[in-house]
Design a protein around this ligand. Structure first.
Ligand code: MIC
Ligand code: SF4
Length: 643
């Protein structure tokens, strides 16, 4: 039987297990990336593993998230990360150089390789034909230490693209349509693989927009074939010799197929406050907008910025709108400048910022109260912008530009002819500031600021667990709900005791206070959730910080992949309801007892009894042998040390 692109890469990197859907497999990881918000903790974990130098082919440490330096914390982390990169043999991409995914695509991605990144949008590399996956920082630290990456073998969801996008309709609209149809949990357990005649109609960065935004489907990753368009892009990057063709066999079989005829698509938009709340732009056109942000790892490549600049040429942004441009990378900004495309943006009234995540993760750029913010970003989860009750819409650069000009949500086709532009055959590399690894054995002192706290120690799993249901939550809870980000909280990422004070601060008055009270009365904490619990970001702090407070059990209808892996890594037992209807029977504040946990885990039991206020219900244990050992040990680091 023929193989899909994903299956070919999986087969070439398999080190344990069999490529059977639903079974645990282990993959060799060729490349890793981290960003500063997850990276500081990942490198503290790497240090705890005790390996003198990274063992991957290539590892890059990016600084792109925590760019606001309102006190010492973020600045100290940046210095720490540079020291770590120098000491352990990594490339270092400093602040202002660009968003990890964009820069990695430009300078380091190679078709056919595996990439593990401590960020959920790592699948951006799938646009280049890589198997690029997001994971928690500890999993990335293990990969840097030369250990394989474990995951459940996903199914392959083939997305067959036909037709060609019409003018003013963008790659973003392809995925908005997929999200509209499949929702934020439609990709859970799948690799989304794009195929069909429409693929050739999409440029490389269009493909990267699609694989990046595909993270919002909950998919393990997304991948495109590597073809002539991939070669053209790599040649423009001066890296043609790293290109190789990688396409699915003609008789490849996909577990499911969705067909999208791109020629029928219209400009689309995701309404507040979920990326799958998608409608046609024409359905919400006319609503006044106060802020329009072009940027983020989804839509800030040179193509996107050039399109916006060309649309702005000779036009002006409405006075009521703050129109802001966050270039994806220094390279994109350098080339935009070289081609003369910064001037039209400035003359139209744009505020141009440094390259980085910025407002996408609430590092500045909060919108005004009650007013609409239009963003070419990937997430509009409630409050993520830094303003509770925010009204954030997600759209293409074309819709963003047209709406900024008109001051209201606008179908860009109203602007008439689509501007004509081409991209340079060869880009200025824009990577002069990326530090390559230092030779092995170079003496390096790592400087640690006072905000960098040591990694907390965790006890092994008890045989009998007694606790309280501290919180009961609905479906689609995001890691932004569990461990919010933003300019105030993000600088605490390297200080678990400090950041844990903000756990669930979006949904509960003071969860940390409640946990401290419960723990002093001798009760651990359990959290109850609905479907797709822990979707969104890969931040392991959403497991680590609750665990630090004493949360040891999560009982939900279903989990998002990365969050479940993070829970296991930090010793939180992830259980699902055997009977989803039992969800209704568990009240917040109830007493909970689970007996015989260690034994059940060790013996491979697939269910366990949970007593809730004395009444029995059944929970499913869906874990591999390795997961069970890790949980018994109290987490991955304990387990690795005891190996
Ligand atoms: C995000 O987009 O939510 C982030 C911020 O990039 C996260 C990582 C983090 O929380 O540090 C992600 O996507 O994994
Ligand atoms: Fe940064 Fe936003 Fe991309 Fe996350 S989604 S990596 S915060 S730009």
């Amino acid at each position: 039987m023929g193989k899909t692109v994903a299956e070919k890469i999986l087969a070439a990197h398999l080190v344990e297990g069999e490529l059977k859907k639903g079974e645990e497999i282990a993959l060799r990881i060729d490349q890793t990336l981290t960003q500063d918000a997850t990276g500081t903790m990942a490198y503290l974990e790497f240090e705890a593993i005790g390996i003198p130098r990274v063992k991957t082919e290539l590892s890059v440490s990016y600084v792109d998230h925590n760019l606001v330096q309102s006190d010492f914390k973020n600045a100290d982390d940046h210095v720490f990360l540079q020291g770590v990169a120098r000491k352990f043999g990594l490339h270092f991409s400093p602040p202002g150089n660009g968003i990890c995914h964009q820069v990695h695509l430009e300078r380091f991605g190679v078709p056919g390789k595996t990439l593990l990144g401590s960020d959920s949008h790592t699948p951006t590399g799938g646009g280049l034909g890589m198997l690029a996956m997001g994971a928690g920082g500890l999993d990335v630290a293990m990969a840097m230490a030369g250990k394989p990456f474990y995951l459940v073998m996903p199914e392959i969801y083939g997305i067959k693209l036909t037709g060609k996008l019409r003018p003013w309709v963008a790659a973003r609209d392809v995925l908005l349509e997929v999200l509209r149809q499949l929702t934020v949990k439609g990709g859970v357990g799948y690799i989304m693989e794009y195929f069909g005649p429409g693929v050739a109609e999409l440029s490389l960065t269009d493909r990267a927009t699609i694989t990046n935004f595909g993270a919002e489907l909950g998919a393990t990753t997304s991948v495109f074939p590597s073809d002539e368009n991939t070669r053209i892009y790599m040649a423009a990057q001066g890296r043609e010799e790293q290109w190789q063709e990688l396409v699915a066999d003609a008789d490849a079989v996909y577990d499911k197929v969705l067909e999208i005829d791109m020629s029928t698509l219209e400009p689309m938009i995701a309404c507040p406050s979920s990326p799958d709340n998608v409608v046609k732009v024409s359905e919400v056109a006319g609503k006044p907008v106060a802020q329009v942000l072009v940027g983020s790892c989804t839509n800030s490549s040179l193509r996107d910025l050039t399109a916006v600049a060309k649309i702005m040429e000779g036009r002006e942004v409405a006075r009521e709108v703050s129109f802001e441009v966050n270039p994806g990378s220094r390279q994109a900004l350098e080339n935009l400048t070289a081609e003369g495309n910064v001037l039209p943006l400035l003359q139209a009234g744009a505020r141009i910022h440094q390259s980085g995540c910025l407002g996408c993760i609430g590092m500045g750029q909060a919108p005004p109260t009650g007013m609409i913010s239009l963003r070419t970003f990937s997430r509009n989860f409630p409050g993520r912008s830094g303003n509770q009750g925010d009204k954030v819409y997600l759209c293409s650069p074309e819709v963003a530009a047209a709406s900024a000009i008109k001051g209201v949500i606008t179908d860009p086709r109203e602007l008439g002819e689509y501007p004509d532009f081409t991209l340079p055959e060869k880009y200025l590399p824009g990577d002069e500031r990326i530090e390559p690894p230092l030779p092995e054995g170079t003496e390096v002192e790592i400087i640690r600021g006072p905000n960098i706290a040591p990694f907390p120690e965790f006890s092994p799993m008890p045989e009998t667990w007694e606790g309280k249901v501290m919180l009961k939550l609905a479906d689609n809870i995001t890691t932004d709900h569990i461990m919010p980000a933003g300019a105030k909280i993000l600088p605490l990422r390297s200080n678990i005791p400090a950041i844990s004070e903000y756990v669930f601060s979006q949904v509960s008055e003071c969860f940390a206070c409640d946990m401290k009270e419960a723990m002093s009365a001798g009760h651990f904490g359990a959290v109850i959730g609905g479907d797709n619990y822990g979707q969104g970001s890969s931040r392991e702090h959403a497991a680590l910080a609750p665990r630090y407070l004493g949360v040891q059990v999560k009982l939900v209808k279903s989990f998002a992949r990365i969050h479940k892996a993070n829970l296991i890594n930090f010793g939180i037992l992830p259980l699902t309801f055997a009977e989803p209807a039992d969800y209704d029977k568990v009240e917040q504040g109830a007493d909970m007892v689970i007996s015989g946990i260690r034994n059940a885990l060790a013996e491979g039991a697939t269910t366990i009894d949970v007593l809730v206020n004395g009444k029995k219900l059944q929970a499913v244990i869906d874990l591999s042998k390795r997961h069970r050992e890790i949980l018994i040990a109290g987490g991955l680091l304990n387990w690795a040390k005891g190996e």
